[in-house]
Design a protein around this ligand. Structure first.
Ligand code: HEM
Length: 421
């Protein structure tokens, strides 16, 4: 039965070389996702000793855009990898001892965790959360689990990976691994038998013989998918899913951005909006004539009306809003440099600030800003966007805008900025 299944699933693309080729791409995509994901995580939850680059000012736009692009590429690549190695499910005997059990269990966990990770990541970009757990914490934890499992997987498969790494390799000695069984079944009849004989040499009694009997008694397998056809399909699918979504980050592809949740230029003042004033329940407080922005440093407090802020020296900067969900949009902002306000309050140069929104609830109603951003001349308490008074949906009466920070930390509807002692 197992052999029948393996033989029925045999195909020229189900071989260790193809598993290595697709595995390399998938592994690279996982590593890119992990690295850029960690960067996003620590920007939002920095350790005390951490300082971040504020240049180039579009840095987070690039890292998080890359995270989502590589993450979306994982879908066709993971499906392709599963297509290639699927027949290994029917390897016989299914368990060859404790170590083999551990290897199969780790692969089952790896596949399951990968599918969960990329699925919740994608749904998050559409702000759809059909699960009862907190996305960020689970996605973060799964990232570590996946990288650990990836290292184990590569470690276990290293001899095969090394042998099939380059195109010309892998044609010599075929002994000693299950993958070769699958490869062999799609090869010509004589080499099948030889490869199976070799691969079964280390197995317990009778298995090799039964496989050989089976091969002898069964007609030759004809391939359904050619290697070239398979690689072309994977390449086209990956290019399509990336190409039709990457426009939310990468302006030249904006015209073909058909499936990403956000489009460039769509939204109030030509900038997309994620969290609305209605969701944040801030409209009344934000539009009230009594609104002031309070700065608090070392026990001294000073409040500014919007008119007072507008009367201070204004600076115009060009900075992107770069969302954790991957979309980004460059815009022109005008307002007061935060460092000017900090100097007015006699804040020491190393002072970090806590930014407090009018929003009462929500994970980002209070955020922290390290001194590297406070001192940066591009960091503004923004009062205008793209030449107009800041729209309520973009944080009127005042919002923070700083280089290289995720959108969730560009606090909207500011009410208070206090030094962290
Ligand atoms: C193997 C694949 C992946 C790994 C290892 C990975 C890893 C990570 C990590 C470590 C974070 C930081 C979480 C935190 O801030 O605590 C993150 C954030 C994020 N990832 Fe992934 N990720 C993967 C795939 C994906 C995919 C496929 C998508 C969507 C297409 C995605 C979307 C996101 C989003 C939207 C965030 C920001 C979450 C937030 O801050 O609210 N990820 N990822």
């Amino acid at each position: 039965m197992m052999y029948e299944a393996q033989r029925a699933l045999a195909s020229p693309v189900r071989n260790p070389r193809m598993a290595t080729v697709i595995g390399r791409l998938l592994g690279a995509a996982f590593l890119v996702c992990f690295g850029t994901g960690l960067y996003s995580h620590f920007l939002q939850e920095p350790q005390d000793w951490m300082r971040f680059a504020t240049r180039p000012e579009y840095l987070y736009q690039v890292t998080q855009g890359t995270h989502i692009i590589a993450g979306i590429a994982c879908f066709p690549l993971l499906l392709a990898k599963l297509y290639i190695v699927f027949p290994d499910l029917f390897a016989y005997p299914p368990l060859q001892g404790f170590v083999h059990f551990l290897e199969r269990a780790s692969i089952a966990l790896f596949v399951g965790a990968s599918l969960v990770q990329i699925t919740i990541g994608l749904l998050n970009t559409y702000q759809w959360y059909p699960w009862p757990f907190p996305f960020r914490q689970v996605h973060f934890a799964l990232g570590w689990v996946l990288i650990g499992l990836l290292v184990i997987h590569i470690g276990v498969k290293l001899p095969i990976i090394a042998r099939y790494w380059s195109k010309s390799s892998g044609s010599g000695d075929d002994s000693g691994d299950d993958d070769h069984l699958v490869d062999a079944v799609s090869a010509d009849r004589a080499s099948h038998a030889e490869a199976v004989r070799l691969s079964g040499a280390s197995r317990p009694g009778g298995v090799t013989g039964r496989v050989l009997d089976y091969i002898d008694a069964t007609p030759q397998v004809t391939s359904r998918v050619s290697r070239r056809g398979f690689l072309t399909t994977v390449g086209v699918a990956t290019t399509a899913v990336v190409g039709l979504t990457a426009g939310q980050t990468f302006t030249p592809l904006n015209a073909v951005n058909l499936f990403a949740p956000r489009k460039k230029g769509v939204g109030q003042q030509g900038v997309p909006v994620n969290r609305t004033s209605e969701q944040a329940k801030v409209a009344d407080a934000a539009m009230a004539s009594s609104w002031t922005l309070t700065l608090a440093v070392s026990g001294t407090e000073r409040s500014f009306t919007r008119a007072e802020l507008l009367a201070l020296p204004q600076t115009e900067v060009r900075l992107p809003i770069a969302c954790v969900e991957g979309w980004s949009q460059m815009a022109n902002w005008r307002g007061v440099r935060l460092r000017d306000l900090a100097e007015m309050m006699n804040a020491a140069p190393e002072t970090a600030f806590r930014l407090i929104s009018l929003e009462q609830r929500g994970s980002f109603s209070k955020t922290q800003m390290g001194s590297e951003y406070v001192r940066d001349p591009l960091t503004l308490v923004a009062l205008e966007l793209n030449g107009e008074t800041l729209d309520l949906e973009h944080g009127y009466p005042a919002r923070m805008i700083a280089p290289g920070r995720p959108g969730v930390l560009q606090t909207k509807w500011l009410s208070r900025i206090e030094a962290i002692s």
